[in-house]
Ligand binder design. Structure first.
Ligand code: PEP
Ligand code: MN
Length: 345
């Protein structure tokens, strides 16, 4: 349930509401609405079933949230969330690009990729140090050594670092080096891991599970939010379908759906979403048009030699070409280009 306060409600009114919620053993979360404050009631709402919130001073009305996720819902937080990742704001109209190799393979490979990512206009460098590979015989990642190369790349280029954490035991180490913790598709419903990153103060990028519904995905985000970490960014990376030509089916309708259902920013990964480098640019442009808050893409100095996901990795040239058009489209979509529509006619 959320309690919508009147625009003129006082701080004392809010305090009164919050006290009633606390006294029932529940959690109250106060957020700024468009015109008024909103108090979300978190927990078993049957405990306040007999409280007439509507009759309390300062209350405009109450809204029951039927969804199982509450903190992730737009009802509890009508404005877009803006997540600050080491000074870079994601969401609320900004556009953020993350680029880099699938895996950190060596110091030289990563530093070269970082220079290219920076030159093309990305704000984040991506690169997995802990790799969740389908086969146990595939390259598993450099682990902490890889994290050190990522930190060095940040020092040299100023790019922020996004990298995956695959297990509870590694959260502290990864959080020490990274700016943004990536929860991969295979771990979207690893609830212990979600709770653990929820207890850190690091922003988290939560990828959609391979076969997860939007509802399951937003519930996974709720696990992180309910532990106190409000800094969650969603990432659509494609889901399994009967199609085999593409690695996954990139569900761009999820961008529009999530924007309606949730206040959390959502970015798109057209690399894992398609599995083919040729499809990455068209899908990146489509993601921009669909309203995504950013992109995460795989780019490798030499994709033919990549230890993982070479087939979907952009060459530096393809990456520069993609960025040129993505930034042009983003620019075109800004409000000032819409003046030509004359509503008087
Ligand atoms: C990755 O980003 O390299 C990755 C493994 O992604 P996903 O979890 O979406 O498969
Ligand atoms: Mn990959």
């Amino acid at each position: 349930m959320v309690i919508i306060m009147k625009p003129e409600a006082s701080a004392q009114n809010i305090k009164g509401i919050v006290e009633v919620i606390h006294n029932a053993g529940l959690t109250a979360k106060v957020t700024e609405g468009v015109q008024q404050q909103i108090v979300a009631v978190i927990g078993d709402k049957s405990r306040v079933a007999t409280v007439a919130f509507d009759a309390m001073p300062g209350v405009d009305h109450t809204v029951a949230i039927s969804k199982s996720y509450k903190l992730a819902s737009r009802e509890s937080h009508p404005r877009d969330s803006v997540i600050n990742v080491d000074g870079i704001e994601i969401g609320g109209g900004t556009f953020t690009v993350m680029a880099g190799p699938c895996a950190v393979e060596s110091r030289e490979q990563l530093l070269t990729a970082a220079e290219i990512a920076k030159k093309g206009g990305a704000q984040f460098l991506r690169g997995g140090a802990y790799k969740p590979r389908t086969s146990p015989y595939s390259f598993q990642g450099l682990e902490e050594e890889g994290l050190k190369y990522l930190a060095e790349a940040k020092e040299k280029t100023g790019l922020r670092i996004v990298t995956e954490v695959t297990e509870v035991e590694a959260v502290e180490t990864v959080a020490h080096y990274a700016d943004l913790l990536q929860i991969g598709a295979r771990n979207m419903q690893n609830f212990r891991l979600l709770k653990e990153v929820g207890r850190t103060n690091k922003p988290v990028m939560l990828k959609r599970g391979l076969a997860a519904t939007i509802d399951e995905w937003l519930n996974a985000a709720e696990y992180i939010l309910s532990e106190g970490n409000e800094n969650v960014i969603l990432c659509e990376r494609g889901i399994r379908s009967y199609e085999t030509y593409t690695r996954n089916t990139l569900d761009l309708s999820a961008v529009a759906a999530v924007k309606h259902l949730s206040h959390l920013p959502i970015i798109v990964d057209p690399s894992h979403g398609t599995g083919k480098w040729r499809l990455v640019k068209p899908m990146a442009l489509a993601a921009v048009a669909a309203g995504a808050d950013g992109l995460i893409m795989e780019m490798h100095p030499n994709p033919a030699k990549a230890l993982s996901d070479g087939a979907q990795s952009l060459t530096p040239e393809h990456y520069y070409d993609l960025m040129t058009d993505v930034l042009k489209l983003k620019d075109f979509m800004r409000d000032e280009h819409m003046e030509s529509i004359d509503l008087e006619d």
